[in-house]
Design a protein around this ligand. Structure first.
Ligand code: ZN
Length: 190
């Protein structure tokens, strides 16, 4: 009789544990807020639904929330979401990369332009400026000088983001002090 009682208790115990396993992950779902690292995939299209860029198929993008690492309007949409959530948001140019500024063309030595060996009109390169790295669009190519447009390639564009949140995790102290996410999809400078 003692043995039968034990077996019964054992079975109940197993059932109880199974119930717990089913409940815990839902209760522990982490919401996106300041100092969380968000892993996400995205597709970025313009107002005509043409694809502008998208994240890597295998490695999601990683960013540290609340540290100005993504567009403010996009970060606002991310807020409070969690792994498994998907959303679409359309941003007017003023909420994205701003309007196209006139007089943003400048002639610079071609050696200051990085990203390709041979340049053609319409290509996007990178220039180091006093305000940091800037993406520029090539307007005219000469032998030693190149005319570039300092407007962001997405300036003046309405941008539609389709976002899938893959994971949300706690940031490390080091990530918070650096102001960005480390590891796959984040910064690699260590
Ligand atoms: Zn760092």
């Amino acid at each position: 009789m003692g043995l039968a009682k034990f077996a019964k208790a054992g079975r109940n115990e197993i059932r109880y544990n199974r119930l717990e396993l089913a409940v815990i992950p839902i209760e522990k779902t982490m919401k996106i807020e300041k100092d969380k690292v968000v892993l996400f995939k995205y597709r970025l299209s313009d107002a005509n639904d043409s694809l502008l860029e998208q994240s890597d198929d295998k490695v999601p993008m990683a960013y540290l929330h609340g540290h100005n690492n993504v567009l403010k309007a996009l970060e606002k949409e991310m807020d409070g979401k969690s792994a498994g959530d998907s959303f679409s948001v359309t941003l007017a140019p003023e909420d994205a990369y701003g309007p196209v500024k006139p007089d943003a063309e400048q002639r610079i030595p071609v050696k200051h332009l990085s990203g390709a060996k041979k340049w053609k009109k319409g290509m996007v390169g990178v220039v180091e400026t006093e305000q940091g790295r800037r993406q520029v669009t090539v307007v005219k190519v000469g032998k030693f000088m190149v005319t570039v447009d300092f407007n962001h390639p997405f300036a003046g564009k309405t941008l539609k983001f389709d976002v899938d949140i893959e994971d949300v995790r706690e940031a490390t102290g080091e990530e918070v002090s650096h102001g960005h996410a480390h590891g796959p999809g984040g910064h690699h400078h260590h």
